[in-house]
Design a protein around this ligand. Structure first.
Ligand SMILES: Cc1cc2nc3c(=O)[nH]c(=O)nc-3n(C[C@H](O)[C@H](O)[C@H](O)COP(=O)(O)OP(=O)(O)OC[C@H]3O[C@@H](n4cnc5c(N)ncnc54)[C@H](O)[C@@H]3O)c2cc1C
Length: 389
């Protein structure tokens, strides 16, 4: 097999990249270790920045999102029962769209296959080789046969646990990481959302988030201990805790049957640089943000927008400048988003006991958010997302 860009991973990063390259007349092959049905039903992110939705619409894969996604003009932050609405549209002129990541993935897979693109699902032992030379290859196993893909460039879009980041040699790669002392218990519930806009709630018992998926499905989260086990959380306990933490005068939370629940650790991670030789990392392969800022999928889309343009300049006219500057350009946005995600996380979660100073600073910050138009503007600007490069 031969192609111009060998893409490892069919998540948002790999699929958007393959789609953008196709529109620029550049050939790519996507190698994905999981099955199509698995990646199309993997429940994860659900909040799209305006820059991400604009890109999907402009490139012809936004029709279903426009029909089924919900555009939100505001977001609620709640501190001990008092709700404060941040008016995103008034403050920034921009909006967010609630549309499940798995739906974005389905739309992109359908578009790539309709355009004759190649996505190899259930590709095992994917192993890129020769990224330092002019002719990289990617070895893999498919349906029992050993295969090899020759390419000019490898795009590592294989998520946090993928193989591509490990190809950047020690001494070149620098890692920055932060583990948070809490995790999120995420729930998908068959019940109409009790709110039109997301509610981020700080409560003495811990953070809670009421998010949405569709008119019939709610997405809810609780701050829990990272060592906690989902077996400790029968559905009744989850609803009881959500009722307590999200409670607000004159508002009621409707309950329904829980169809999925899982605990996810929260961490921040960045690797620098995001490129080496003919390997370019994008999305979670290069960085992770805690989900409080709703940024992971958007950051993946932002990376590959930069990469697709740089590859187009190179394949189209031999200009390598964009590729040389790829990592530096992406990292500026990555660190801005790390700062925002970290700020939101520390603002909204109950901090571990034993640091009264940090708790007082947190309270002062929450009061500032509740009362300062300037602070609300800052949150709004970051939440809707900076324009794509
Ligand atoms: C609970 C939760 C809630 C979240 N909420 C939000 C949110 O509200 N908003 C937001 O923007 N982000 C959110 N995120 C983050 C977001 O889901 C990720 O940032 C996003 O999936 C990154 O896309 P990606 O394409 O870089 O990586 P991934 O989606 O992880 O895709 C990587 C792909 O590579 C494949 N792969 C891995 N290893 C290999 C290999 N060796 N060979 C071949 N294929 C491989 C994987 O199977 C996968 O399909 C959330 C994440 C979680 C877990």
């Amino acid at each position: 097999m031969e192609t111009q860009v060998g893409i490892v991973g069919a998540g948002p990063a790999g699929l958007v990249l393959s789609h953008l390259l196709h529109l620029a007349g550049i050939d790519s092959v996507v190698l994905e270790q999981r099955s199509r049905s698995y990646v199309e039903s993997r429940i994860r992110a659900g909040v799209l920045e305006q820059g991400s939705t604009d890109l999907l619409i402009e490139t012809g894969v936004g029709a279903r999102m426009l029909a089924e996604g919900a555009v939100h003009e505001g977001v609620n932050l709640q501190f001990d029962g008092q709700r404060h609405r941040i008016d995103l549209a008034r403050l920034t002129g921009r909006r967010i769209t609630v549309y499940g990541q798995q739906e974005v993935v389905k739309d992109l897979i359908a578009a790539r296959l309709a355009a004759g693109g190649t996505i190899v699902f259930e590709a095992d032992d994917v192993t890129p080789r020769g990224i330092d030379g002019a002719h990289p290859t990617i070895a893999f196993r498919h349906e029992g046969s050993e295969r090899e893909l020759s390419c000019d460039v490898v795009a590592g879009c294989d998520g946090f646990h993928g193989v591509c980041r490990g190809l950047i040699p020690d001494g070149v790669l620098t890692e920055f990481a932060r583990e948070y002392p809490f995790a999120w218990l995420g729930v998908l519930a068959q019940v109409a959302p009790s709110t039109d806009e997301l509610i981020y709630a700080f409560h003495a018992r811990g953070f809670a988030l009421h998010s949405l998926r569709s008119p019939e499905i709610s997405r809810l989260y609780l701050q829990v201990d990272p060592a906690d086990d989902i077996a400790n959380w029968p559905d009744d306990r989850i609803w009881e805790e959500l009722q307590l933490r999200l409670a607000s005068p004159g508002w009621a939370l409707d309950e329904g049957s829980i169809v999925e629940k899982a605990i996810t650790a929260m961490r921040s991670y960045v690797c620098e640089p995001m490129q080496h030789g003919h390997l370019y990392l994008a999305g979670d392969a290069a960085h992770i943000v805690p989900p409080t800022g709703a940024k992971g999928m958007n950051l993946a889309i932002a990376d590959v927008t930069v990469l697709a343009r740089a590859l187009s300049d190179w394949f189209g006219g031999g200009d390598h400048g964009g590729l040389d500057a790829y990592s530096e350009r992406c990292l500026r946005r990555v660190w801005r988003v790390q700062d925002f995600s970290n700020t939101m996380t520390e603002l909204m979660h109950v901090l571990p006991r034993g640091d009264p100073f940090a708790s007082r600073v947190q309270l002062a910050r929450q009061r500032y958010v509740a009362t300062s138009a300037a602070m609300q503007h800052t949150i709004a600007e970051n939440y809707v997302g900076l324009p794509l490069a």
